[in-house]
Design a protein around this ligand. Structure first.
Ligand code: SAH
Length: 264
């Protein structure tokens, strides 16, 4: 028996219905697949049964990665990296038309998603993400303006990804059984015409600034960003009295563009 390591967010999926649902959303046959955190290989085995063109596994746990290498050595076109996904150069190692799958380690799931969104080249080489999050995090990712879940991660995600499907997963589908509900999101990259800023890092910076003062009026953030903040807010048609979660995704895209244009 493998003892799950809490520090690595190890909750292994054991529910075959959910595993099948994930695999079906990913559309594996003849695709290049990258799996993040394959763990004991429960998803991996089903991926391989669907005959992908190639498979890359990235697992931080040394013992688990060795087990996977041994267990699946008779498959062709499989590569196991014993690496930390946050340090791994995903963009460089990705083949065209890749589908990225992962029952993510929850402590770093948002960071992983942001890393996938901040690729230098856009559109990226992946065509789809099928990722499991803690429900609370997934709900923030898909949140709409005006809701209380709306925040940085919702805005950043909406600049480059479309959510095409989602489904909830009960704690009983995992071993060990976690305390929280989970949710799978299917996301697809697209070219968002309303996001005109040059550098996605600036969107990260701007949303960080606004949402770190979540209950304050945006007045303060505007003052912090622009000398002519009153003029700029009126050009952007944003009331300085609004709260950060009352602005729309597009408002944040426009603020970011304005910030880039006004930077000297
Ligand atoms: N996919 C498996 C395991 C999911 S648990 C299943 O569904 O059964 C999350 C997995 O991510 C664990 O195997 C854990 O060791 C791995 N992991 C944790 N942090 C990681 C990191 N920084 N980089 C890569 N893998 C990581």
């Amino acid at each position: 028996m493998i003892k799950a390591k809490k520090s690595l967010g190890q909750n292994f999926l054991v529910d075959n219905n959910i595993i099948d649902k994930i695999i079906n959303s990913a559309d594996v046959y003849n695709k290049n697949i990258l799996e993040i955190g394959p763990g004991t290989g429960n998803l991996t085995l089903k991926i391989l049964e669907k005959k992908p063109k190639s498979l890359i596994l990235i697992e931080k746990d040394y013992i688990l990665s060795n087990n996977l290498r041994e267990r699946f050595k008779h498959f062709k076109n499989i590569k196991v990296f014993n690496e930390d996904i946050l340090k791994f150069d995903i963009e460089k190692n990705l083949k065209k038309n890749t589908v990225i799958i992962g029952n993510l380690p929850y402590n770093i799931s948002s960071q992983i998603l942001v890393k996938l969104i901040k690729f230098k080249k856009w559109l990226p080489h992946y065509e789809k993400l099928v990722l499991m999050f803690q429900k609370e995090v997934a709900d923030k990712i898909i949140a709409k303006s005006e809701s209380k879940e709306f925040g940085r991660i919702s805005v950043i995600t909406s600049s480059r990804l479309r959510i095409t499907d989602s489904f909830q997963v009960s704690p009983n589908s995992f071993r060990p059984i976690p305390k929280i509900i989970s949710k799978v999101l299917v996301l697809e990259p697209f070219l968002n015409d309303s996001f005109k800023a040059k550098d996605i890092n600036n969107l990260e910076k701007i949303t960080h600034l606004f949402f770190s003062m979540k209950r304050k009026m945006v007045n303060k953030a505007f003052k912090n960003l622009f000398k002519d903040y009153e003029k700029i807010s009126s050009i952007l048609k944003i009331s300085l009295k609004s709260r950060p979660n009352e602005l729309s995704n597009i408002d944040y895209f426009n603020i970011t563009k304005m910030y880039e244009d006004n930077k000297t």
